[in-house]
Ligand binder design. Structure first.
Ligand SMILES: Cc1cc2nc3c(=O)[nH]c(=O)nc-3n(C[C@H](O)[C@H](O)[C@H](O)COP(=O)(O)OP(=O)(O)OC[C@H]3O[C@@H](n4cnc5c(N)ncnc54)[C@H](O)[C@@H]3O)c2cc1C
Length: 482
């Protein structure tokens, strides 16, 4: 069976790895991975500068989603897994240029502890009263989808959208709470509302269940696990380990696929003016690129894929000599709500979040800019972006902590154009329509961050699953035709 993979980001590489494993075990499978860029890994890109690990794209993955950790262990990277330093975990929100810590007891945007909520400077009195009264919110029959902002606003008011939902979602998804789908991004909250009415009551009940389950089970999270897991040498370690396992002859970098057609019994993939035939096809390029390629095959599918919105973003790593700056506030960093009117969406104190990846005496601040409202920033020069971030850092942290006059020892700017899919209102229905079209096109699989999870573990899961499914379907066809 011959399979083409279009796109060599983490999703495409995970698919190729799965196929390679089967091939090495004797399965009759042959594959080619086409990647437009000169390098593999897509958004995963790290480099070490003067001993500091700097991530251009993702810096870690969620520990509770097992696909990434399992793959790392399988690749012999178990010893390289590095949990986030959660004892120092504390996140701030910028409120009128001051850092206000997220109140204790906040779970998925839902306040669950009375006193920290009452005392926080994050919200005004009206919002706090509304948060208390939310306990009386009546159950709501499950209806259609709505935006995360609409859901949060109905329960906690506009200030909770501006000071909580917006910064958390733009800091994670580069997304806009007014556009993101509550059903897809926060399915647990939607379920809780249907069942309990009050999100606070729903969250408290879930918390109680979780505590009970943890007590009854000796198998709680393995000792020392953090909420996030990174790799000691950076995310590129995962890419390198995958590439090392895949037959290099099957990896075609610098080779954009220019056309996809259906052919007798399969698919034809054209790259560099040469068309090759395959039995099956895994499209692991971003949905907008997949839409362009598959539109001529199935116009409805092309248009659905092209309709998935994407945001662009910028990451900036600034390495400072700690002796030249003041003491940074405790914790992992801060998020900046859009209402603050700044270019920066978030800043991580990297040397605190993951220990041992920054040389002693150095501080690494990673700023995140852009998102759905910041496309224009991408056109600015590196110098201008760095100057903006240095000024904003100084204004937010205070000149005595980090004066804009103190130059970083190293500044690295990375632009990510249309790299992060946005699960907009109606995403679930769109996925159903896409699945119905794909079901009509035998041997086609779509994988990547646009479909069923934005994070690295989801992309790995989908990539491996697609490879397994196609091999299983191929094996069935072979048996049937023999
Ligand atoms: C700045 C940033 C920070 C992030 N932080 C985190 C994080 O901390 N944790 C986390 O879990 N996730 C994070 N994410 C999300 C996660 O990194 C991505 O969702 C994931 O890496 C996407 O992988 P992918 O393989 O689907 O797509 P991509 O990495 O986009 O790869 C797609 C590949 O397809 C190639 N391609 C496109 N068109 C063609 C064509 N015609 N022919 C051949 N090749 C083509 C592209 O060149 C690209 O290499 C972050 C993303 C970004 C951008």
């Amino acid at each position: 069976m011959r399979i083409a993979i279009v796109g060599g980001g983490i999703a495409g590489l995970a698919a190729a790895y799965e196929l390679e494993k089967a091939r090495a075990a004797g399965a009759s499978v042959d594959y080619t991975l086409y990647e437009e860029r000169a390098s593999l890994g897509g958004s995963l890109a790290s480099e070490t500068v003067n001993g500091a690990v700097l991530e251009r794209g993702p810096d870690s993955f969620l520990t509770e989603k097992p696909a990434a950790i399992e793959l790392c262990r399988e690749l012999g990277l178990g010893g390289e897994l590095l949990p986030s330093n959660d004892v120092e975990r504390k996140t701030y929100i910028v409120v009128r240029n001051r850092l206000v810590a997220l109140p204790d007891g906040l779970m998925f945007l839902v306040p669950t502890k009375l006193i920290p909520t009452a005392l926080t400077r994050l919200f005004g009195l009206q919002t706090k009263m509304r948060m208390g009264l939310e306990l009386l919110h009546g159950a709501r029959p499950s209806g259609g989808d709505e935006s995360v902002a609409a859901l949060v606003r109905r329960h906690f008011g506009q200030e909770a959208v501006d000071r909580l939902a917006d910064p958390l979602l733009s800091g994670i998804y580069g997304g806009d709470a007014e556009q993101l789908s509550a059903q897809t991004v926060l399915p647990r909250l939607v379920e809780m509302e249907t069942k309990y009415g009050s999100l606070t009551r729903g969250m408290l009940a879930a918390h109680k269940r979780m505590k009970g389950a943890a007590k009854n089970s000796s198998k709680t999270r393995s000792g020392g696990a953090g909420i996030f897991t990174a790799l000691r040498g950076g995310m590129s370690q995962l890419v390198d380990a995958l590439v090392a396992r895949i037959d290099p002859a099957r990896l075609r970098t610098g080779t954009p696929v220019s056309a996809i057609r259906r052919a007798v019994g399969g698919w034809s993939v054209e790259a560099g003016g040469i068309a090759e035939s395959y039995d099956a096809l895994i499209v692991a390029a971003p949905a907008w690129a997949a839409g362009d390629l598959l539109g001529p095959v199935d116009a409805a599918l092309g248009s659905e894929l092209g309709g998935i919105p994407y945001s662009s973003s910028i990451t900036m790593n600034l390495v400072y000599d700690e002796a030249k700056i003041g003491a940074l506030p405790e914790g992992f960093g801060f998020l900046v709500p859009a209402v603050e009117g700044r270019a920066m969406l978030a800043c991580t104190f990297v040397h605190r979040k993951f220990l041992g990846r920054t040389p002693p005496g150095k501080a690494v601040l990673r700023a995140f800019l852009g998102g759905v409202n910041g496309e224009a920033l991408l056109a600015e020069s590196d110098e201008s972006l760095v100057a903006t971030v240095r000024r904003e850092l100084s204004e937010i942290l205070g000149g005595e902590t980090l004066s804009a006059d103190v130059a970083p020892e190293h500044a690295q700017v990375s632009r990510w154009r249309r790299a992060m899919a946005q699960y907009a209102v109606g995403h679930k229905e769109r996925m159903q329509r896409i699945a119905a079209r794909v079901a009509e096109l035998p041997g086609l699989r779509l994988v990547g961050n646009a479909y069923d999870g934005i994070g690295v573990p989801d992309c790995i899961r989908l990539g491996r699953q697609a490879a397994r499914e196609l091999m299983a379907a191929g094996a069935k066809t072979t048996t049937a035709t023999v």
